[in-house]
Design a protein around this ligand. Structure first.
Ligand SMILES: [Zn+2]
Ligand SMILES: [Zn+2]
Length: 179
């Protein structure tokens, strides 16, 4: 599948639909590399408008993303939206308008073809939530030894261990609070 459109073809047909599988085994996010668990399904509609070349569509896949607290692999469903407007480089606005343009996701092109694969990656990256957790109440790892606190909720590192009598008291306090 080729994600590059020829502008000559677009100006003849006015509209091009690209639909297929985007080939990638890994997706690089700002902090982590994610394995692609399900073929990346993409549909894009490219239309020549009087404002420029409008691109709209979606990208769907499942990524393997580590839990942000315990690092366990989490299956992350991606349902991203592709939205961009391409304008010719000669239309680069004066400084004042620049900020507004970047909000609209305007991209400037200079050649006679446009590679849309970057828009696909971008739509995936944007759809990844700020925090990925294996479960909403994931307890994470012990910061000292890395023990998974979900599997061992009572875990205490050696030097954290306290007097058993005091610990009983703390447990009692905790039970009272919860009750
Ligand atoms: Zn977790
Ligand atoms: Zn520990």
């Amino acid at each position: 599948m080729n994600w590059t459109i020829e502008l000559e073809k677009l100006s003849q047909e006015r509209k091009i639909v690209l639909e297929g599988i985007f080939e990638a085994k890994m997706i690089e996010l700002p902090n982590v590399q994610c394995k692609v668990l399900q073929p990346i399904k993409v549909k894009m509609v490219v239309v020549m408008t009087k404002d420029g070349i409008a691109v709209g569509g979606y990208v769907r896949t499942i990524l393997e993303h580590p839990c942000d607290r315990c690092l366990k692999p989490v299956e992350l469903k991606i349902n991203g939206t592709i939205e961009a407007l391409y304008k010719h480089i000669s239309e680069v606005p004066k400084e004042k308008e620049e900020e507004l343009q970047s909000l609209r996701n305007v991209i400037y092109y200079s050649s006679d073809r446009i590679d849309l694969s970057e828009r696909i990656i971008e739509a995936i990256v944007v759809d990844v939530p700020m925090r990925v957790l294996c479960k909403p109440d994931c307890k994470g790892l012990c910061p000292r030894c890395g023990t998974d606190l979900n599997e061992d909720p009572e875990h205490l590192c050696e030097d954290q261990k306290i007097d058993p009598r005091l610990s009983k008291l703390l447990l009692l306090k905790k039970t009272n609070k919860e009750g």
